[in-house]
Design a protein around this ligand. Structure first.
Ligand SMILES: [Zn+2]
Length: 281
């Protein structure tokens, strides 16, 4: 299992990404569904401070203190710097949770900020990027980034023996270069993302509150077709996951999926039906 996703626009959105024990957003119901898996969460990354993305924090913070599990594990919650709603919540939790057994840390982030997840041979980190949602409430998306090494282009046509010979001759550093691969990109609530910010990602989670443009009154969310366009421009490698759908489309998804299939896209497209818990392998 790689991720568990729940998303229904206006009601609740949360995504548990298990490889790095991250919860992206924290809408209501998350602890009820994840149960004891809440103790596995190390980091919570909030995209913005609207209720459907933060209303599960009260439950999560308390259940980590009370349920059967390791009550001493630290929990770090990252949020867009300057978020009025999150700041108010932080002061509420400060006043009402004086007896937490674990350390709860709140960390504001700005676009471009990085958070280390793993060090070692293939370091991993989160990089925050700017999204565009509503005026007055800052919003962020997040890339899970992995630092990898590969042969420089001029050495890629060499045979295995030639490469081994160069490595034995102590030229390993000289013939290779590091690059950053985005493994998972979470867009939060936004109008179409800037594709360059999620370029080449393996899996893109893009919101698609609306199917068609006619259904949208204010320009603060994306449509299915806009999200697909972003994924094409970004060169998504494996999968586009459309989430944050309005519940009005609950019974219409077959038609949308059929239309998407006709596009013959080079990546898989998966729609998270509003109100369903979906496990991604
Ligand atoms: Zn939302």
């Amino acid at each position: 299992m790689k991720a568990i996703i729940f998303s229904k626009a206006l009601y609740s959105t949360w995504v548990y990404y298990s490889p790095d024990r991250i919860l992206f957003d924290c809408g209501e119901g998350v602890s009820t569904i994840l149960e004891n898996k809440v103790f596995a969460i190390k980091h919570v990354f909030l995209s913005h401070g609207h209720a459907d993305h933060i209303s599960g924090l009260m439950g999560l913070i308390n259940i980590r203190n009370n349920a059967m599990g390791d009550h001493e594990k630290e929990l770090r919650v990252y949020y867009p710097a300057g978020s009025f709603f999150v700041s108010e919540l932080i002061s509420y939790f400060g006043r009402t949770n004086r007896n937490l057994q674990y350390e709860l840390e709140w960390i504001p982030l700005k676009p471009g900020d990085r958070v280390t997840l793993l060090s070692g041979r293939h370091p991993r980190y989160i990089e925050a990027f700017a999204t565009v949602h509503v005026r007055g409430e800052p919003s962020l998306g997040y890339n899970v980034c992995e630092v990898r090494r590969r042969l420089k282009p001029e050495y890629r046509d060499l045979s295995q023996e030639e490469i081994v010979a160069l490595v034995r001759a102590g030229k390993k550093e000289e013939i290779s270069e590091t690059y950053v691969q985005y493994l998972f990109s979470y867009g939060g609530d936004s109008v179409p993302l800037n594709p360059t910010l999620v370029q080449g990602t393996e899996v893109l989670l893009h919101e698609a509150t609306f199917v068609d443009d006619e259904d949208r009154k204010e320009y603060k969310h994306s449509t299915v077709w806009e999200a697909i366009d972003v994924a094409k421009k970004a060169g998504v490698q494996k999968e586009l996951i459309l989430f944050h759908l309005s519940s009005r489309y609950r019974w219409d998804l077959d038609k949308v999926e059929q239309k998407i299939a006709e596009l013959q896209l080079p990546f898989r497209v998966r729609i998270i039906p509003p109100g369903e818990v979906v496990e991604i392998e």
